[in-house]
Design a protein around this ligand. Structure first.
Ligand code: GLP
Length: 244
């Protein structure tokens, strides 16, 4: 779905999420969201906060699981996705504090496998992800599932690619201070979501969008796996659609 610009696209995504949150609330069921960070989803969160403030959209019934986090990182450091999510969304809506989950960038390494397993189990216990929001890395990664990630890959600690680290370096004040690893929801869990929305804005994403949408399904471009997902929409702006 191609929108004229990222604002219009983001409003459409937030509106779909709000309808789902309201529907689940009416059914008395939890609404389980898979959330993404980065620049791409920011306008969606701004609109969700507006809908909460001005139109009474409640998050009391929402559970959310973030896709990824740098490793190692302290949750209160400026680049942490915990901090990002609090500043963009959680501190401004009525989601209970025990309803949102973000991979823990402080864990000792030997505790990460058990943490990742529990993370996936918690999603399943709540009935699975109703909707998974995604951005896309310029190398085709989703979450921190870098090229080479298999379609059945689990939630895990992963080494970040050079391009991913180089892209994040300005946030960390240089490449040497940029974490070398991340914890990411695996491709399998992403593919298990009942609905997936991948968003991309701007010319810099045009090449990778073409590869993901029109290229072969390959572990070299993990976003291409979504071609086989039964309910995925790529919500993109005209600039990122220009190679299609
Ligand atoms: C990071 C995140 C991804 C995100 C990607 C794109 O690598 N781990 O989840 O999709 O960046 O970021 P942006 O939305 O800023 O282009």
């Amino acid at each position: 779905e191609i929108f004229e610009n990222s604002s219009k696209a983001s409003l459409a995504v937030a509106s779909e999420m709000a309808s789902l949150i309201r529907k689940k609330e009416a059914e008395g069921k939890p609404c389980v969201l898979g959330l993404a960070t980065g620049n791409t989803p920011k306008l969606v969160y701004i609109e969700l906060v507006r809908l909460h403030r001005e139109e009474g959209l409640s998050f009391r019934n929402v559970y959310s699981f973030n896709l990824d986090e740098y490793y190692p990182i302290a949750p209160d450091s400026p680049q942490s996705y915990v901090r990002f999510m609090k500043e963009m969304l959680f501190d401004h809506v009525d989601i209970p504090e025990d309803h949102y989950f973000i991979p823990d960038g402080r864990l000792p390494m030997d505790r990460i496998p058990a943490f990742c397993k529990e993370y996936e189990q918690k999603i399943e216990e709540l009935g699975g992800l109703d909707i998974q929001l995604l951005g896309i890395g310029s190398n085709g990664h989703i979450g921190f599932n870098e090229p080479g990630s298999l379609v059945d890959s689990k939630t895990r600690l992963i080494a970040l690619n050079h391009t991913t680290r180089a892209g994040a370096a300005s946030d960390f004040g240089g490449l040497s201070a940029t974490p070398k690893k991340g914890i990411t929801l695996g491709v399998k869990a992403i593919m298990s979501a009942r609905r997936v929305i991948l968003m991309a804005w701007g010319e810099s994403k045009a090449d990778v969008i073409k590869l993901a949408v029109e290229g072969p399904v390959t572990e070299r471009i993990p976003a291409s796996y979504l071609q086989a997902h039964p309910n995925t929409t790529f919500v993109i702006d005209e600039a990122s659609a220009q190679q299609l």
